[in-house]
Ligand binder design. Structure first.
Ligand code: DAH
Length: 341
């Protein structure tokens, strides 16, 4: 009897099944009322009394073993044989992964670049870590000139060459002009840094787009027309512009440009402080000294440049009052722009 139990145990240990149906056959064969394990139990009454205890224990063990074995075979087919599988569309993508949204500054930057691309400008980029020459000297800021105080600079090293974080994207003008000859028509997007205390209205880094056009016979009227075209495409066809005289070392003459306040339509409101105008950029005719510094002959060529803050344009477009929101990465803020692109 003990040999029989042992043999049956070995047999059950080695059974295999290739589907659920075969597992069921095995269950019937070993565990049903007429199965092999039950048959052993029926034989039990013929076991001599002194062996009953040992044999009884072995039969119980065998039964547990057989049940476990059949169940584990059954489990191995449970998933693959799911009756729903035939109805499933295995070509469908998995549950949707929540996508991020584009950052408002990227949305606005892309829109600005798209508008300038439509007017023939190509994109140029330069490094954020710059030297004094590209950020200041080539742009006609003489050493110790008070104009340098206009932009509080983060210096990385002072000696031997001044290495610093660029304070404006005007440095990309120089980077392009020193290697290319006119005609040059570029817009230069990028991050700039200034040593400012962070508040709702100022940040130690922000973003600008610089524009530059150098060719023969470029005039201030050309500049005005391009800026008017930009303002109308960006803020609507009714938008008016106004240029006010200003000062930048790298342009002469220089101007700042306002657009009509699109909240009150120019009547005057709290947003435009009652003036009906809001300032959006600086611009001017490239100073001959700048052309000379970059190896372009100012007797032959002239050009204009302009520079504007992307945060500023975004503020106007989306009425974001606090600059800090742009770098806090609060998804509740970022998701508000989901529909904007
Ligand atoms: N670089 C200036 C700034 O950061 C902006 C600017 C003004 C750029 C006049 C220009 C320009 O190209 O002509 O404030």
């Amino acid at each position: 009897m003990l040999d029989k139990i042992k043999a049956l145990r070995e047999e059950i240990a080695s059974v295999v099944a290739s589907d659920k149906e075969e597992v069921e056959q095995l269950r019937i064969k070993y565990l049903s009322k007429k199965g092999a394990v039950s048959a052993l139990m029926a034989d039990f009454r013929n076991v001599p009394a002194e062996l009953k205890r040992e044999v009884g224990q072995k039969i119980n063990e065998l039964k547990t073993f057989a049940t476990d074995r059949i169940n584990s075979l059954k489990d191995s087919f449970a998933v693959a044989d799911d009756p729903g599988i035939a109805d499933m569309d295995l070509t469908r993508t998995a549950s949707p992964v929540a996508l991020g949204t584009r950052h408002p500054l990227s949305i606005v930057q892309n829109e600005m670049l798209r508008i300038f691309a439509g007017m023939g400008f190509t994109i140029a980029e330069g490094p954020e870590i710059e030297d004094d020459w590209h950020v200041f000297e080539s742009l006609n800021f003489p050493p110790d000139h008070p104009a340098r105080d206009m932009q509080d600079t983060f210096f990385i090293s002072r000696d031997p060459a001044d290495i610093l974080l660029r304070t404006h994207t005007s440095s990309v003008q120089t980077r392009v002009m020193e290697h290319a000859q006119p005609p040059i028509r570029i817009v230069c997007p990028g991050r700039v840094y200034r040593n400012e205390a962070i508040s709702a209205r100022a940040h130690c880094f922000f973003h600008q787009i610089e524009g530059l056009y150098i060719d023969k016979n470029v005039s201030f009227a050309d500049l005005r027309q391009v800026l008017l075209g930009f303002a109308r495409q960006m803020f609507g066809p009714e938008t008016k512009i106004r240029l006010r005289p200003s000062y930048f070392p790298f342009t002469e003459p220089s101007a700042e440009m306002d657009i009509s306040c699109d909240i009150c339509g120019g009547k005057g409101c709290a947003f435009c402080k009652g003036t009906g105008w809001v300032e959006i950029l600086g611009c001017g005719m490239v100073d001959p000294n700048v052309l000379k510094a970059c190896g372009i002959d100012p007797e032959v060529y002239s050009g204009y440049a302009f520079g504007m803050g992307i945060e500023r344009i975004t503020n106007l477009k989306y009425k974001v009052k606090d600059l800090r929101l742009f770098s806090e990465n609060d998804v509740r803020f970022l998701r508000e722009f989901e529909a904007a692109h």
